[in-house]
Design a protein around this ligand. Structure first.
Ligand code: UDP
Length: 140
């Protein structure tokens, strides 16, 4: 498997509890390299655009409000099989179902405030990376 890139967000519940470093260490320990990183406070429009695929889901409005409730850290991660590796270290969406040792089992507060986002496919990773980063901001 060739080196690939994925997109990650450290969500407001994690930045609020000062867990940016702790979460990043878990990503790095899983073999992922942070090749771009920026701390931002998303606008409502930005968050709605990012989660547009979930527009019709019942949790959409609450999710957008949560994602703009505080700063987030948007990151590009690089490594072998990065998309799947990141999903593995993140753990299940609902922390109650997440495996021991995963970021969500260790740190998440709830199914909504679950500390991290990670792209679910290489195709979506490319779209999500381009939503937040210019090519020259990514330094591999
Ligand atoms: N989410 C939620 N309630 C749900 C399902 C999801 O608030 O019942 C939120 C949660 O923050 C999740 C995000 O919506 O991370 C995107 O959902 P998805 O099913 O894509 O989960 P993920 O890929 O993040 O594990």
């Amino acid at each position: 498997m060739a080196t690939e890139r994925t997109f990650s967000i450290i969500k407001p519940d994690a930045t609020r509890r000062n867990l940016t470093g702790a979460v990043t260490k878990m990503l790095e320990d899983a073999g992922l390299r942070v090749v771009a990183s920026r701390r931002i406070h998303m606008t409502r429009e930005q968050a709605e655009g990012f989660y547009a695929v979930h527009k019709e889901r019942p949790f959409f409005n609450d999710l957008v409000s949560f994602m703009i409730s505080g700063p987030v850290v948007v990151q590009v991660l690089e490594g072998e099989n990065a998309v799947a590796k990141n999903r593995e270290v993140m753990g299940a969406t609902n922390p109650a179902n997440a495996e021991e040792g995963t970021i969500r089992k260790t740190h998440a507060e709830s199914i909504e405030a679950n500390s991290v986002h990670g792209s679910d496919s290489a195709e979506n990773a490319a779209i999500e990376i381009a939503y937040f980063f210019k090519p020259e901001e990514i330094v591999g």
